[in-house]
Design a protein around this ligand. Structure first.
Ligand code: C2E
Ligand code: MG
Ligand code: MG
Ligand code: MG
Length: 277
């Protein structure tokens, strides 16, 4: 009895593994097709300056538009793209498309910046800076308009290699931001070694302010730390007027979040306007 059940359990378990492997392979094949068939698009989430109420720039966020018209969020395909290495190609497309977007904005008289997320594999690619340089040249985008977002974990491990890559990118004139800041391991002395320009406070610290004293303290500390280190600071995931006010009162002036706007397709950006108290 017990033996039979054990066998059964094993059977189901291995079937689950097979199913998972099959799903993964299928997703991988679909991703290859998506690259060939140009099924990706960028959404843009405005970054607002709370003092001027102006849109200072956008963050590019990738979406996968399937032939059946479903829109797949990055959380559903970036991990597989990353583990298969397909992310390098997809990420290069993101930089191209982001720069073409900036060039279009510029031609309409709009001088905005664009934050572009980099993945681990992309960041480790020793051709990255070369690729970025070529794209900037071809699209005529001013390097200072581009902000590459990396995460704290990408800076771990081989720190010399990370510093080298950051310097390569910085020498092009682009700026660098640490995304989801506060969720990884960072200390002041550690951070100081990396040539970054901006800290982006993670949404998880923003969501319960004001009210949750711990989070209020953390947010205030990150802002103070950024000031101390001469770094810009941006907050993500702002969903309420109270959160925006808290950030403004603590001198974090650039924010993004659903309170102002969801990420939008380019053709939807025209109608946006903001009133911030
Ligand atoms: P992220 O870079 O931290 O981007 C912020 C995420 O929070 C986005 O989710 C955005 O839609 C969402 N968000 C913005 N405002 C709010 C808010 O007020 N409330 C809440 N609850 N969420 C908000 P999204 O677009 O699904 O992207 C998820 C993650 O996928 C990104 O996190 C980023 O790590 C990754 N990602 C997105 N686009 C790219 C890309 O082009 N390349 C790479 N490598 N990764 C990307
Ligand atoms: Mg980001
Ligand atoms: Mg983020
Ligand atoms: Mg985040």
């Amino acid at each position: 009895e017990a033996k039979a059940r054990g066998k059964n359990t094993f059977h189901f378990f291995s079937q689950d593994l097979k199913d998972a492997a099959k799903d993964r392979l299928e997703l991988e094949n679909q991703l290859r097709e998506a690259i060939r068939e140009h099924q990706f698009m960028l959404y843009y989430q405005p970054k607002i300056n709370l003092e001027t109420q102006a849109i200072v720039g956008y963050e590019a966020l990738i979406r996968w538009l399937r032939p059946d018209n479903s829109l797949i969020p990055p959380s559903r395909f970036i991990p597989v793209a990353e583990s298969t290495g397909l992310i390098v190609k997809i990420g290069e497309w993101v930089i191209w498309e982001g720069c073409r977007f900036l060039a279009r904005q510029r031609s309409r008289g709009l001088d905005v910046d664009l934050s572009i997320n980099l993945s681990v594999r992309q960041f480790k690619d020793n051709k990255l800076a070369e690729t970025v340089e070529r794209i900037l040249q071809r699209t005529g985008v001013e390097p200072r308009r581009i902000i590459f977002e990396i995460t704290e974990s990408m800076l771990m491990g081989d720190t010399d290699a990370a510093i080298h890559q950051l310097n390569q990118l910085k020498s092009l004139g682009v700026s660098l931001s640490i995304d989801d800041f506060g969720t990884g391991y960072s200390s002041l002395s550690y951070l100081k070694r990396f040539p970054v320009d901006e800290l982006k406070i993670d949404r998880s610290f923003v969501q319960d302010i004001p009210g949750e004293q711990n989070d209020m303290d953390i947010v205030a500390a990150i802002i103070a730390m950024a000031q101390q280190m001469n770094l810009r600071v941006v907050a993500e995931g702002v969903e309420t007027a109270e959160q925006a006010k808290f950030l403004k009162d603590h001198a974090c002036f650039v924010v993004q979040g659903y309170y102002f706007s969801m990420p939008l397709a380019e053709q939807e950006l025209g109608q946006l306007s903001f009133t911030v108290n």
